[in-house]
Structures are given as C-alpha cells and as structure tokens.
Design a protein around this ligand. Structure first.
Ligand code: PXL
Length: 286
C-alpha cells in the first residue's frame, strides 16, 4: 500500500466562511493525505465581506508547535502555508520550516494577501516584501495575479492577460523562487480563467483553463492550493495536480451558482468531492 503522506498546513482558522483551514483540512484529507496544522490566527469569519470579525493572533504558538513536532520526530512530506496574520509571522514561518522540514519535504507557499488588484484587510506592501522573502524557502509558489504583481512590483492587470504579461510575472517570480511557479487567476481571454505554471527545474510550462464564471467566490484560492498541494505531495505531478484542482474549483463554483450561495460564504465544495475523489483515485493505486 502507498505510504500515507503528511502535510503541515499553516493557515488561520476562520470559524465561518469556508477558507484557510476549514478548506485545507477537508480537502487534503479527501485527497488521501494526512493534514496536521499550525493555526496562525483565530477569527470568527474571514476578513472579506464581514464587519466586526474577531481576530486572535497565534504567533506565539508557531515555534513551540514546531519544536514539539521535532521532538516527537514527526515527519512531513509537505509544508503548505496560506494566510498569515502579519509580516512578522512570515519570519516565524521561515524558522518553523527550518525546524520541521527534512530532505524530502516539499514546501508550498501560497502568498495569501490580495486579490482583484487589492490587498486584503490589514495588509500592505510590507506583506508582499515578507512573502517575497519567505518564497526563497519554497519549492512551489501558488500566487494569484494580484499577489504575483505585488511581490514583483510589476503593475497589476485585470485581464485578459497577454502571454508576455504572464511570462514577465513568471520570470520575475522565478528569480525569487527557483522551484515551480503556479500562477492562478490567469485570464487568457475575456471568458476563460485558469492557471499557468512553470517548472524551473525542467523549463516545462503547463496551462489549464476553463470557462470564466461571473462573480467573486471567496476561498477558491485556498480550495485550489489545498487540492494542488495534496495531489502534488502525493505524487500526481504538476500537470495532473493543476488540472484536478481546477476541476474541483469549477465544480464547486457551479454548485454555488445553482444554489445562489453568497460569495462571502465560500463555495459549495462538499458535493463536488465525490467526482474529485473518483478522478484522483484513477491516478493512484489505493
Ligand atoms: O481565502 C483567503 C483568506 C484566508 N483567511 C482570511 C482571509 C482571507 C481572505 O480574505 O481574510 C482570514
């Protein structure tokens, strides 16, 4: 039987509004990968579209958790980070990575801080600098277009995106992270959206696009990166991992559109899981 792979997911826990750990935990488990977590903050809801959310910074717990895991000799096949509470936490995460990673650990950094040309509540250029620094420790980066623009200083473009624009972002990001770059929210035409990736070890490029659904769907970046991280760490390769993660996101958005689920509530991924699991099962023996 294939070894059970283990990921440490480093995200906040937003109690309501499906994103970060309330997405990473179910999606990584459904992908057949064990999910441990380092919660970075505890919020009542995410910060996009709710007023008066509670917020407790958990920075003080990050290194003690990492040290305890190290003492217990717990090994990780992947470390997958998302939303961090502050720029200072990116420094702590760099240390936590050094403590818990081994030679086989894949480090996947999703620089969660912005979308649609704007920073999320509470973030500014300090966060982009902190993520650029953290990204040097990553094997794979999964920014959206806004995050890529803010990290590289290349002006944000709403889209449709020319091949030259996407290449300039990939090239600038590759100077920060020598591994693979998976750029999301790429719009090659006005009615399509998806991901473009480059594997800097082989020079190979990958694309996966689907029909653009109108609306703002909260948490879809976390849904994509959680599925992608688990599939990649399990050994599906960049191409399959991107394609299946996009399938899960688009199926989930379609279910939300049918139900008219409010964008701030997160997407209806639950009913999309059976097809996702059927498809991923074809890639693995058990
Ligand atoms: O989905 C990204 C995300 C994660 N966590 C928190 C957020 C956001 C985006 O707004 O506010 C707390």
């Amino acid at each position: 039987m294939e070894k059970l792979k283990r990921i440490a997911a480093v995200h906040d826990i937003s109690g309501y509004g499906k994103c970060s750990l309330t997405v990473a935990l179910p999606i990584i488990s459904a992908s057949g990968v064990e999910c441990s977590c380092i919660p970075t903050a505890l919020l009542s809801t995410h910060t996009g579209g709710f007023e008066g959310f509670t917020f407790k910074d958990l920075s003080d717990e990050m290194l003690p958790i990492a040290h305890h895991w190290k003492k217990e000799k717990i090994e990780f096949d992947g470390i997958y980070s998302g939303y961090l509470a502050s720029a200072g936490q990116a420094k702590l995460l760099e240390q936590a990575i050094e403590i818990i990673k081994s030679d086989v650990t894949q480090v996947i950094v999703d620089p969660v801080m912005a979308d649609h040309g704007e920073y999320y509540s509470g973030f500014d250029d300090k966060m982009a600098k902190a993520f650029a620094q953290l990204s040097q420790k990553a094997d794979i980066l999964t920014p959206n277009i806004t995050e890529a623009a803010f990290m590289t200083g290349i002006p944000y473009e709403e889209g449709p995106h020319s091949e030259e624009y996407i290449d300039s972002l990939l090239k600038a990001l590759s100077e920060i992270c020598g591994g693979a770059i998976v750029l999301t929210g790429v719009k090659p035409t006005h009615d399509s959206i998806g991901a473009t990736a480059i594997d800097n070890k082989t020079g190979e490029k990958f694309f996966s696009y689907s029909h653009l659904r109108q609306g703002v769907f909260h948490g879809t970046g976390d849904l994509f990166s959680s599925a992608f991280s688990a599939l990649f760490v399990r050994g599906a390769g960049l191409k399959n991992s991107i394609e299946l993660a996009i399938m899960l996101v688009t199926d989930s958005i379609d279910r939300s559109l049918i139900r008219k689920t409010s964008g701030r509530d997160g997407v209806d991924f639950e009913g999309a899981l059976p097809r996702y699991i059927t498809e991923l099962s074809k890639l693995f023996k058990d």
